[in-house]
Design a protein around this ligand. Structure first.
Ligand code: IMP
Length: 422
């Protein structure tokens, strides 16, 4: 953490890397915590003072009195879900209105965006993305089409702007013959959410952040989703619709590339993916089931089974390159405690071709593995690197060498104290 700089904390695979577990380790070091991309498709599970919270749009610094939290311009926000999320925090005793600033440039997710999300998915038949259904794609589409509604719009002539965009959506839904929906109740709550948002500071957050940086304050850019779900660099079209990578920090917060210092890349000791799309390391056997069971790999937002597999170095190397990762953070190492051997995907192969570079189209590629001995020792009680079983140290060393990036933090259990700095 450097004063006057932005550090990024990013999931670098398919999301769900366990950011929620480490943010309370990171956030105390920073003056400002900012979300720069995505919206309520994220679900950051945070346990604070013994109580569990799932943060979707609100940054993880919200539990800390002295910290400013920002929802940046690169985010999309659903007023009804935001209200529910904020209300839960307020009931738990966290006052938000002074400590949470929302960019006026962030886009609003309308109830009809969520219907469109469902309609587009239904129209795709077998090629479904498996979205979270939160209206993310349609909202970012409207942003790019320059017809979206922004947070700042709620302060001026909003009803009229809302009606125009809603009518546009309804026309598309009629064209798609997707008319069997009823948003009356949802819309009423959504409008309540819009009113509720007015009590927050809806500001030009890019100006604020840059002022803080000039004053020598430190900013943590908190990522959502993962690098391989990035609209440009992910496994398109099976991606989310925002810039989830380090570049998205600049566009999603309005900070210059030169203001970024450390880029922390979070990954798990194995791989998971929610939703459809290529996943060469996916295991369909008992080992995959074991990883899911031990790792409790069920979606925080949708409750869906996460697809599970061994670690994927092709994907990780690509993500490290795209993001300029300076420090790696390995989560959930203890999930692999019981395995006799641990496999590592070092390349992909298809039609006699083998590659260690991320292919343009990851569909149909098979993983090539190397096998390492398992450590067969519970890691969860360990708090010092010197106590690690040799096979676990060997796994870490192997990954560091292959990825040419240091693994600076290793997590060995859900406990806060089980976050070991190297
Ligand atoms: P969307 O972001 O709802 O449009 O979903 C697009 C794809 O990204 C789907 O495969 C989702 O399962 C996946 N996705 C979106 N958000 C997350 C997340 O926070 N964690 C993991 N996967 C996500």
């Amino acid at each position: 953490m450097t004063k006057g700089k932005v550090d990024a904390l990013l999931g670098i695979v398919f999301g769900d890397e366990g950011k929620g577990k480490v943010v309370d380790f990171f956030t105390p070091k920073y003056d400002v915590v900012a979300r720069f991309a995505g919206g309520p498709n994220a679900g950051h599970t945070i346990i604070f003072e013994g109580k569990k919270f799932v943060l979707r749009s609100i940054p993880s610094g919200i539990f800390d009195e002295g910290k400013l939290n920002i929802i940046g311009n690169g985010c999309v926000i659903a007023p009804d879900l935001f209200m529910a999320e904020a209300h839960e925090l307020e009931v738990a005793g966290y006052s938000l209105t002074e400590r949470l600033h929302i960019s006026r440039r962030a886009h609003l997710i309308l109830p009809t965006h969520r219907v469109l999300d469902r309609a587009y998915e239904a129209a795709k038949g077998k090629a479904k993305v498996g979205t979270t259904g939160k209206g993310i794609g349609p909202t970012y589409s409207d942003k790019a089409a320059r017809i979206g509604l922004r947070v700042g719009d709620i302060l001026h002539d909003f009803e009229n702007k809302y009606a125009i965009l809603k009518a546009r959506h309804e026309q598309i839904l009629r064209d798609l013959h997707f008319t069997d929906y009823d948003i009356a109740e949802e819309e009423a709550r959504w409008m309540e959410g819009v009113e509720y948002m007015k009590k927050f500071q809806l500001t030009d957050t890019e100006v604020e952040i840059n002022r803080y940086l000039r004053e020598g304050k430190s900013v943590l850019a908190e990522g959502a989703q993962g690098s391989l779900l990035d609209i440009d660099h992910g496994t398109y079209p099976f991606v989310s619709s925002s810039s989830t990578t380090a570049g998205g920090v600049c566009t999603g917060l309005g900070v210059a590339p030169s203001s970024i210092d450390r880029v922390f890349g979070i990954f798990k000791a194995y791989s998971t993916r929610v939703g459809a799309g290529p996943f060469p390391v996916e295991l369909f056997d008992e080992t995959g089931e074991e990883i899911r069971r031990i790792g409790n790999e069920f979606g925080a937002v949708t409750g869906r089974n996460r697809r599970c597999g061994w670690i994927d170095l092709v994907a990780l190397k690509y993500a490290i390159m795209i993001n300029g990762v300076t420090d790696l953070v390995m989560m959930k190492s203890d999930v692999l405690d019981s395995f006799e051997t641990i496999k590592v995907c070092t390349a992909y192969t298809k039609d006699g071709i083998t590659t260690t570079d991320m292919p343009y189209d990851t569909e149909g590629w098979q993983a090539v593995y190397e096998e390492l001995p398992g450590w067969k020792t519970p890691l969860d009680k360990l708090r010092r690197e010197s106590d690690f079983p040799p096979a676990f140290t060997a796994y870490i060393n192997y990954l560091e060498q292959a990825l040419e990036t240091p693994i600076k933090i290793v997590s060995v259990s859900p406990d806060r104290e089980a976050t070991i700095i190297r």
